[in-house]
Design a protein. Structure first.
Length: 176
């Protein structure tokens, strides 16, 4: 994967993705990179459209806040965010509320996030076949590409013209 390909794909994805809903679901999972745990944050809306994703070295309030600012900056602010029972996510959202003087409502129902967990399984299965990652930057690039392909596979991007394209063809159309 070239150095310039991943950022270009990310920008193209954010231009082509469908508009975000007002209710979000935020979840994280973990992978091993060079023998250390790394954390993959993802936000989807009620219709399971991927809004944003981020691979971080730590799972804490600061990482959650960074992800929230990034996701809200690229989408509109949600009226409600559903999270699991982890304290870092709740602390990050509260920190966002305090720093921005905006109000994000929190719902903590782990069953509403099961749809995200299903997607994590698909992505983790693909990375397991690749036998893990040897560097953090390579992991970030691969997770970006895998996440984009999942979005295209689930038809969560705006249609490109009136053509009926396979997920692979849509993926190649995003590339510069």
């Amino acid at each position: 994967m070239g150095r310039s390909l991943s950022p270009a794909l990310g920008k193209a994805f954010h231009k082509k993705k469908k508009r975000a809903g007002s209710r979000w679901r935020l979840d994280e999972t973990y992978i091993k990179v060079k023998g250390q745990w790394r954390y993959y944050y993802r936000a989807v809306d009620k219709k399971n459209s991927v809004l944003d994703f981020l691979l971080t070295a730590k799972f804490d309030k600061k990482a959650t806040l960074h992800f929230l600012c990034k996701a809200i900056g690229r989408n509109r602010q949600p009226s409600l965010i559903n999270i699991d029972k982890t304290g870092a996510n709740k602390a990050g959202i509260k920190s966002y509320n305090n720093e921005t003087h905006r109000r994000l409502n929190i719902s903590q129902c782990k069953y509403l996030n099961s749809i995200i967990e299903q997607d994590h399984r698909f992505i983790k299965r693909k990375t397991k076949l690749m036998l893990g990652f040897n560097s953090f930057t390579v992991a970030q690039k691969h997770w970006l590409v895998l996440s984009l392909f999942v979005c295209l596979r689930k038809d969560k991007c705006k249609k490109m013209r009136d053509e009926v394209l396979s997920p692979a063809d849509q993926f190649y159309a995003l590339a510069p």
